[in-house]
Write a protein that binds this ligand. Sequence first.
Ligand code: BEZ
Length: 256
Amino acid sequence: MESFKNDTWNAVLYDNNHAFVSKFGKGLVELLAPQPDESILDLGCGTGDLVFQLHQLGVHVTGIDQSENMIAQAQKKYPGLLFEVTDALDLPYQEEFDAVFSNAVLHWIKRPDQVLSCVFDSLKQGGRFVAEFGGKGNVKAITDGIMDQFLEMGMEYDAEDFPWYYPSIGEYSALMESAGFRVVFAQHFDRPTKLDGDDGLSNWVKMFCGGMLEGISKDIRDSIISKVEINLKPVLYQNGAWYADYKRIRVIGIKE
Ligand code: BEZ
């Protein structure tokens, strides 16, 4: 998991409350179809669960993340596996990996062209890039709900401050092609994602929307979150549970 500014990630809270991130990542591992002895980079490995899963499949796997907190937690959970604090915009690898894999990370990085160029350089000829992240419209009900509160409070919100990059599949495929990939798979789909407990939405906003709520006092932040919960209950609360309106894209590109 890539951090957006300073290292604000609470890796333990992330593991305890947001296990669905690596749960869905398991489906992506199937798309990756790793083979024993392949060398694979997990870009934005977070607390390392998918690195461990790949290791168990006989892969030589390196997990990298920009967050020192996430890497420290990964090393604690899986001592003996290879984890490094590394910036996805400045990967130090040249033709080293059979595959680069990335789950739920690339929406944090607003320089997709530069990431794609680094990933391309990191792959061996014939290697593959397999990724999933937020696509166009991802969590729009939630982020619009927060922005509605900014408007109501007369607060300016500069679109430049929106912390995520959520491309359409057409836009991202074109960027992949510009970086040199042959795009062999591209999908954009809805994934309503169940959040744990009655505080599920509030916990999700606190964990992931720090970049939108930065610089706002705790009292005002709490009040914004409560109003967002009230307004979104008819939309995102169903059969006793909160659901985040995730929209994902999945891609596979080949370096030819
Ligand atoms: C996502 O996985 O789509 C996501 C996670 C945190 C914040 C925004 C989006």
